[in-house]
Ligand binder design. Sequence first.
Ligand SMILES: Nc1nc2c(c(=O)[nH]1)N[C@H]1C(S)=C(S)[C@@H](COP(=O)(O)O)O[C@H]1N2
Ligand SMILES: [Mo]
Length: 205
Amino acid sequence: MTQPPISRGFRGRRPEARTDRLPPGQYLTSDFPVLSAGPTPHTDLESWSFSIYDRDIALADWSWLEFEALPQASVKVDIHCVTKWSKLDTHWQGVTIDTLFDAAGLSEPPTPFTMIYSDGDYRTNIPVEDLIGGKAMVATRYEGEPLAPEHGGPARLLVPHLYFWKSAKWVRRFQFITRDKPGFWEELGYNMYGDPWREQRYAGD
Ligand SMILES: Nc1nc2c(c(=O)[nH]1)N[C@H]1C(S)=C(S)[C@@H](COP(=O)(O)O)O[C@H]1N2
Ligand SMILES: [Mo]
């Protein structure tokens, strides 16, 4: 972008930069609300595993120790819940989906769609495109600490550019699917995609 040299001072960069980060209809919060459709599952780390399936075929599977040994990434991102709270500058650590696909030996994603499965009955659909290129990770640390069980520990998906219901807590399995299908909230009327900047809260938005 080319900027006229004097525009900066007139526009007041700071407040503008702050509201620029708030999608339509959202408000800022500094606490971290817990939103779960059911009870918090407790899977001990000994029996925890994470797997990737291409339709019905298992491509890769990691134990907790194997997962922890994968290359780690850290991000600072803003998160946006469909119930209208947004939280800026949250810090997460985990394994990017690019790293997972690499480690699974996937050079090309086999289908354009995924279903993400959690412990409990939760699942959510996300296009592959929205998981790769550094856009998403399986997070195991929040603000430098192991992820708390109520926030999805030991591991949750983090897809910050979509509404936060797509960031499945207690994530355990990725499945490539041939055609897009609704997950838990999507079946109940939430949007199939969930872009906060286009305010895609419900089906038809
Ligand atoms: N497994 C699972 N993941 C989930 C949910 C859930 O109920 N179960 N709720 C979703 C919703 S609606 C939101 S807003 C966020 C809330 O995450 P938090 O409780 O860490 O704030 O988790 C998402 N991931
Ligand atoms: Mo949510």
